[in-house]
Design a protein. Structure first.
Lengths: 321, 346, 587
């Protein structure tokens, strides 16, 4: 895909959300405030934020659960959902709700870490490539393209299979950090491209020329002028990336190459359920519901953010649309 | 254009080559290897390990192993029986001549293992893609044309949901509902089968094959439908408001002609290129579906080979997958240039 | 976007959420038992259309055998099909009795088949072959084939080790139908030297010795001298076997055709059994047995004894080392600790609940004939375990539930009683759950176990490839092991002899060094059965006192077969097809 396309495609997405005439009538009191106001008007985004906050809250508060996720209770094995056990019990009699929420900790942590990693790699790569252009851009884009040419799930499986036997400090046997690194290493490219596209357009802006003629260094210009204006699409993409990362981790753990038991993760809880879920369906239903709720809430938040930032504005200025 | 394609092809070859080196290094890094735990006895003896290492060529230094993988070893003498004397020529021709080696697990040629499974994956995924597009395109178009209608809202919401449902979970739930819970009113058995391409041991029956397709295709297609209907909707919306359509309408063309002859064709352009880019995900997407529905395809083969560290098969699938992705990227660019007269490459 | 539309979106979202909450109510099992997975097709025809009068059965297995050479592939599926077409000198039945196959009779000292030179400590075993067995191409089976097979296997390039081969000096043909094995020591396991589970006699005129035993083509296109002939093999799909009209047992086999179908998916195999599309399900696991038990369409055959015993391996050398004298393990080098762990294990719960009653508690290696020894079963007594640990110098002074060393044998003062606990993944969820349960039992007596699951191939790899057991890179491991056949001598050596503790030489991975054991085992190399029994029971005593390995329970060895099939008998000494010639179809 050429650079044109990346921006064209995001333009397609955005043009569907034609600007709300009411927004233009109100004088924005600063970008962030305006963003927040628009975000609040988006019921989907608000609902999404609520759900996601609830989720995060519950995985934090599970520490106060009366049940221990590791202690078995053989007398209560495989019970369907009841008042005592909202999500039933698992094969060792452990409260499933507790286990699912602990699994949530893992899955959400991996997700957040992946976002951090992809931002850390992708943004600088895209920024440098987009700003400097020329041979730097060429090389960086070659690397990005090469990384994009790897069939990502297959490579994830391979890395997961290798690393789950490896034990070095910090990266023990597919713990949260390892999985996050592995997924992150294969997903930073979207950010790189996005940032590069934004930078390519933004660097032609008048204020950039002005700054340069005033003697501003490249780093200064990047950090002080361009980056803040490109923050919109980055934040939107980061939110969507969170959802993507959670699904990838769950999928990988489901296959057995991600988070290893006995540490619970939504993915490996689903995998454990596979053996007899037709008899004990709650073991398969709930972890999936949690994944679904996280993703959909995150996607609604992302959608709301996209509307709120309205990067349409940026591209409009350049006369693209 | 021709020059552009030639240049890109050359770059593609170099890229595949470099990727193969990286992947080869990764694949062979894994500790453990295919040597132990084989078979029933836990206690594998050192002579057997040595013999297996020799057989699999794992006793050679890694760079040499890569060269053999690439170019074969029938041009060099090898020591087949481990007595230190290099007496016979090897039998492998190497990847460059189409020989991907032998599977550690079954001792069959890798390409044969792949050839046995590839048609099944292509079969499943083509049906999935076709079904997905057949549903997504009309849905997306109608959604765009009737923007803000009840239909549109329903579609948008369902798409949102559809993109949030993990494929592997969907498969399990579908099996739960259609195989475990719902019953076939005639036979009293499950409504739909839980896996396989056809009911084993029976004669070929089109009906049987179609019934076995229902659940896996639904599982695989839902995400695609969700994504493509939204995408097409955006694309259509963008096109619908263009000036040239207004001109066409002013000229007196019916709305339908406007839609199909102009709007849809132009709206499809980015979809086609997007699609060309997505095609390689056939392989990745197949992994979950094939695993859950016991479909004997490439995805499942890859998964099993990863579990048992069957290096030759892993390498073959990875390299073929990478080549496929690179080529489809090229195809997408060329297609885009071809379809959109505004874009020209030199 | 329009605000109204947003509201609708929001409503839609909430409705979705509500629906999902409802899902949790529905998540109670709709049926109390799994529905019978009957066929989808509405026609009542079974898949086994047979020409009038021909009897045919179908065996389902999950993967293709790599070849017909069981000792090379070692997958079990190769053994299954090998039994159908080829025979060894002897076979072993489900009770452990050895019977002659290609041999005329079993050579014993009494009948002159075995000649012992007491002074030199050597012996000669003479095998007389049957003269009525022919290969499918008409050639008779002769002593030449025996010698040919032995030499092909013994070729050092094969890397194949056969029990007792270290003691065989040479194999000689003395007449068309007689072979003599010259042993350089008294080896009691001579009866299955070229027989039993994985060894058969190969045709010298058909197999190409130049290709080598490991890779010869005749292992994929076998020449049969057994009850069935290989008719065709469609790799990945099925193998067809037809009755061998020239089989030496007149009238047998009773079945005309055997089809072996490759069906990777367990659910499909189960369904096929219940629908009547398959007649024999090999190696049924506990869960499958539990599901199928009681169903009218199938019967279950369980081996009378068990081979695989799940056990805990406490490393007596420090993690990462292999010399227990130089670097004893801080926790497990003390026999009192090992004994304490043994009585803290609630084996009944594990075998009843997790293994669905199919696991049987086992506490000694000598629990099946002919070498049963009566060792009292260790009780389940966590309190006594705690007391034992206190006595061993492990006390919990800071009240955190984990003991520390205060005057213990090999650890530093104040060191925590913390260990890494490994098991392997291939067995499945049941084993992982067992590991978690055992981890809790350990915690209960004050030992902190950190659980990890490894791939079996990493656990059992050789030391060079990073094999965890061989390198001693573990504290406590959980996996199953056991010997096949009747003779435990070689297995005992591999597991407990001091020389077997050297990496690469054996499987004494717990690094238990006991000169007493070594001496006792030496005495077992005699043909005097009474003496052997005595020695083994002394060894049993020793192992019970020293607890180098903590035995827990045995796992099931069973097959499921259709009610129309008769004669199927599961056995730990061979694959279920060992007596296929005797199977009958009744309906």
């Amino acid at each position: 895909m050429t650079d044109n396309d990346a921006s064209k495609i995001s333009a397609f997405e955005d043009s569907a959300t034609t600007s709300d005439s009411r927004t233009l009538a109100v004088k924005p009191r600063g970008m962030l405030a305006a963003v927040w106001m628009r975000f609040r008007r988006h019921p989907g985004a608000v609902a999404g934020s609520l759900v996601f906050s609830l989720l995060v809250l519950s995985v934090i508060l599970v520490a106060f659960s009366p049940y221990d996720p590791e202690t078995s209770s053989m007398g209560e094995r495989l019970q369907p959902p009841s008042w005592a056990h909202t999500m039933g019990t698992d094969a060792l009699g452990r409260d499933f709700l507790t286990r699912v929420l602990y699994g949530g900790r893992i899955s959400v942590s991996v997700g957040l870490m992946v976002v951090a990693i992809t931002l850390t790699i992708g943004v600088p790569v895209g920024a440098i490539a987009g700003y400097f252009g020329g041979w730097i851009d060429s090389i960086l884009m070659r690397i990005t393209d090469a990384a994009l040419s790897l069939p990502s799930l297959l490579v994830l499986i391979l890395l997961g299979a290798i690393l789950r036997e490896v034990e070095i400090p910090l990266l023990q046997r597919n713990n949260v950090v390892t999985i996050a690194l592995v997924i992150g290493l294969l997903s930073w490219m979207t950010f790189a491209r996005l940032v590069r596209a934004t930078f390519l357009t933004l660097r032609e802006m008048d204020y950039v020329t002005a700054s340069r003629s005033l003697g501003g260094s490249s780093a200064w210009i990047i950090i002080r002028h361009i980056l803040p204006n490109s923050v919109g699409p980055i934040i939107v993409e980061a939110t969507l990336e969170l959802g993507y990362a959670i699904i990838e981790e769950s999928g990988l753990s489901f296959l057995g190459f991600g988070i290893q038991p006995p540490t619970p993760s939504w993915g490996n809880l689903l995998s454990n359920a596979q053996e007899h879920f037709t008899k004990y369906p709650w073991l398969a239903i709930f972890p999936g519901v949690m994944i679904f709720l996280s993703i959909i809430s995150v996607n609604y938040i992302g959608d709301g953010l996209r509307d709120a930032f309205d990067p349409y504005k940026v591209l409009k200025k350049v006369g693209e649309v | 254009m021709g020059q552009y394609i030639a240049r890109r092809l050359l770059q593609a070859v170099v890229l595949v080559f470099l990727l193969s080196i990286v992947l080869f290094a990764l694949v062979n890094l894994a500790p453990g290897g295919p040597l132990a735990g084989h078979g029933q006895s836990r206690h594998v003896r050192p002579e057997r390990v040595a013999m297996l290492k020799r057989q699999f060529g794992l006793d050679k230094p890694l760079p040499l192993q890569y060269v053999i993988w690439l170019a074969g070893n029938d041009w060099m003498k090898i020591d087949a029986d481990g007595d230190g004397i290099f007496e016979s020529y090897g039998v492998r021709k190497g990847v460059l001549r189409g020989d991907f080696g032998f599977s550690f697990r079954t001792r069959e040629p890798v390409l044969k293992e792949i050839a046995l499974r590839l048609p099944n994956t292509i079969y499943l995924m083509s049906v999935t893609l076709i079904v997905a597009l057949l549903i997504a395109i009309p849905v997306g178009v109608i959604s765009a044309v009737k923007q803000y209608s009840g239909f549109d809202i329903l579609v948008t919401t369902v798409s949102f949901a559809g993109q949030a449902i993990p494929e592997f979970w969907l498969g399990l739930i579908l099996i739960l509902v259609f195989y475990a819970w719902l019953k076939n009113p005639v036979t009293g058995g499950p409504l739909l089968p839980s896996g396989g391409i056809y009911t084993l041991g029976t004669e070929f029956s089109l009906q049987d094959w179609m019934i076995h397709l229902i659940l896996p295709v639904t599982t695989g297609a839902l995400g695609w439908i969700a994504w493509y209907s939204r995408f097409l909707r955006s694309s259509m919306l963008d096109v619908i408001h263009q000036d040239y359509l207004r001109t066409a309408r002013a000229k007196g063309l019916t709305e339908r002609m406007v839609l199909y002859r102009h709007a849809l064709r132009n709206a499809l352009i980015p979809v086609v290129t997007m699609f060309a880019l997505d095609v390689p995900y056939i392989l990745s997407g197949a992994v979950y579906v094939e695993m859950i529905f016991a479909w004997p395809g490439m995805g499942r083969l890859y998964y099993q080979s990863a579990l048992q560290r069957d290096y030759p098969v892993l390498m073959a699938i990875l390299v073929i997958g990478a080549a496929f992705m690179i080529l489809s990227n090229l195809l997408a660019d060329v297609l885009y240039g071809f379809l959109d007269p505004r874009i020209r490459y030199e | 976007m329009d605000a109204d539309k947003h509201k609708s979106l929001g409503v839609a979202l909430f409705t979705l959420l509500a629906l999902l909450l409802l899902a949790s109510c529905v998540a109670k099992p709709a049926a109390t038992e799994p529905p019978p997975p009957a066929a989808v097709q509405s026609t009542a025809e079974t898949s086994q259309e047979q020409p009038f009068g021909e009897t045919s059965i179908t065996i389902v297995i999950p993967e293709d055998p790599p070849s017909f050479n069981a000792i090379v592939g070692d997958t079990g599926y190769d053994g299954l099909v090998m039994n159908l077409v080829m025979m060894g000198l002897t076979g072993v039945d489900e009770q452990g009795n050895i019977y002659p196959e290609l041999a005329m009779k079993l050579p014993e000292v009494e009948n002159g088949g075995v000649v012992v030179d007491e002074e030199a400590g050597t012996m000669d075993v003479t095998w007389e072959l049957r003269q009525d067995v022919t290969w499918a191409d008409g050639e008779p089976v002769t002593a030449k084939d025996v010698v040919f097979t032995w030499e092909a296997i013994m070729n050092p390039d094969t890397g194949i080790w056969v029990r007792g081969s270290d003691y065989v000096d040479s194999v000689e043909m003395i007449g068309t139908n007689s072979v003599v094995f010259h042993y350089n020591s008294i080896y009691p396991g001579y009866l299955t030297q070229l027989g039993g589970e994985q060894l058969v006699i190969w045709p010298s005129h058909y197999c190409d010795a130049a290709q080598g035993f490991v890779a010869w083509d005749c292992a994929r296109q076998p020449l049969s001298n057994g009850p069935f002939l290989l008719e065709d093999w469609v790799v990945g799909d099925h193998m067809t076997f037809a009755r061998n009209p020239n089989y030496f047992e007149v009238g047998k086999p009773y079945i005309d055709k055997i089809i072996v179908r490759i069906v990777p998916d367990e659910a499909v195999r189960k369904a096929m059994m219940l629908q009547g599309d398959a007649d024999l399900y090999m190696w049924a696991t506990e869960t499958v047995l539990n599901e199928m038990e009681g169903k009218p369409e199938v019967k279950i055959s369980m081996a009378p004894f068990s081979r695989w015993v799940m056990r805990l391996f406490p490393n007596q050398a420090a993690k990462g080392t292999t010399d227990p004298a130089a670097s004893p393990h801080p926790v497990f080098s003390d026999v009192r600790v090992r004994k304490a762990i043994r009585i803290a294990m609630d084996v009944d719960t594990i075998s009843q609940d997790l293994f669905l009653g199919y696991g049987k508690p086992v506490w000694t290696e000598f629990s099946r004939p002919p070498y049963e020894c009566s060792i009292p079963r260790p009780p389940y007594d966590p309190e006594a375990a705690k007391a034992l640990l206190e006595e061993a110098g492990w006390k919990d002074t800071d009240g955190d539930g984990i003991r520390e060393c205060h005057g213990c044998q090999s650890a530093g003062e104040g060191d925590l009683m913390k260990v890494e606990f490994y098991t392997y993944s291939e067995y499945g969820e049941v084993l992982e759950l067992t590991q978690q349960l055992i981890g809790e039992m350990l915690k209960n007596i004050g030992i902190d176990a950190q659980l990890s699951v490894f791939e079996g191939s990493l656990l059992w790899a050789d030391a060079e490839s990073g094999g965890i057991e061989q390198k001693g890179d573990f504290d406590l491991d959980l996996w199953d092991d056991g010997y096949s056949g009747v003779d435990p001598t070689d297995y005992l050596w591999e597991l407990y002899h001091s020389e077997a503790a050297i990496p690469g030489s054996g499987w004494n991975i717990v690094r238990w060094i006991s000169p007493e054991f070594d001496a006792l085992l030496d005495e077992a190399y005699t043909l005097d059965e009474a003496k052997r029994k005595e020695v083994f029971c002394e060894i049993a005593q020793l192992l019970d006192e020293q607890v180098p390995v903590i035995l827990l329970f045995s796992t099931v060895n069973a097959e499921i077969y259709s009610t129309r099939l008769e004669g199927v008998q599961s056995s730990i000494n061979d694959l279920v097809s060992w007596n296929a010639a005797n199977w009958k179809v009744t309906k």
